[in-house]
Design a binder for this molecule. Sequence first.
Ligand SMILES: N[C@@H](CCC(=O)N[C@@H](CS)C(=O)NCC(=O)O)C(=O)O
Length: 215
Amino acid sequence: MSPDRLKLYHSPASPNSRRVRIFLAEKGLTVPLVVIDLGKGEQHSEAYRAINPRRVVPTLVLEDGTAIGEVPAIMRYLDEAYPEKPLLGATPKDKGLIAMWERRAELEGFAAVMEGVRNKVPGLKRRAIAGPHDYEQIPALVERSKLRVKDFYADLDARLGEVRFVAGEEFSAADITALVTVDFAAKALGLPVPDEHSAIKRWYSEVASRPSAAA
Ligand SMILES: N[C@@H](CCC(=O)N[C@@H](CS)C(=O)NCC(=O)O)C(=O)O
């Protein structure tokens, strides 16, 4: 299927949407984008809920109307449908390693930042977890999230002291999730990479200067 028959519902400021936009840019795929205005609550509209009942972006819609939500699932579809320049690995070993490192970046880094932001930002009161259900903020989680992000940075620095990219010697989806995590932590939690983490700095200057990072 030609990528211009797909549709990506996204939000320009959403870090989860950015993970998919960078993924597409790295693969050289141009997919029509449809903006969902999260500030105006468009994710809760009847029209968008018919596309993604979880009320979150991004969502990839195929030509036959099939809607795929969840960033790793969208990445999986794109890498399988457009196998040129695989970002989730080409061999069973690489696939396993990239899935492991991407998942660690998401669970230990990205999710930790998200937890801090959602429990802190006044505009997200009663919306501490994205999705169809409302949850009150728990301010204590903000401090714990900051500790988790610091630990994530220390662990990532140790890893990048051994390898060029997060999952090994090749750029992969794990770098995309880690890059978006670092930018999100700096912007939304005021937690830039500490100066002493020289391996992250070396890696960041390489991945952030790829054209895809502007996506
Ligand atoms: N697990 C989902 C998370 C998606 C998500 O949390 N998206 C946020 C934007 S980054 C969202 O749509 N938030 C809507 C809201 O806060 O109501 C994924 O991987 O796609």
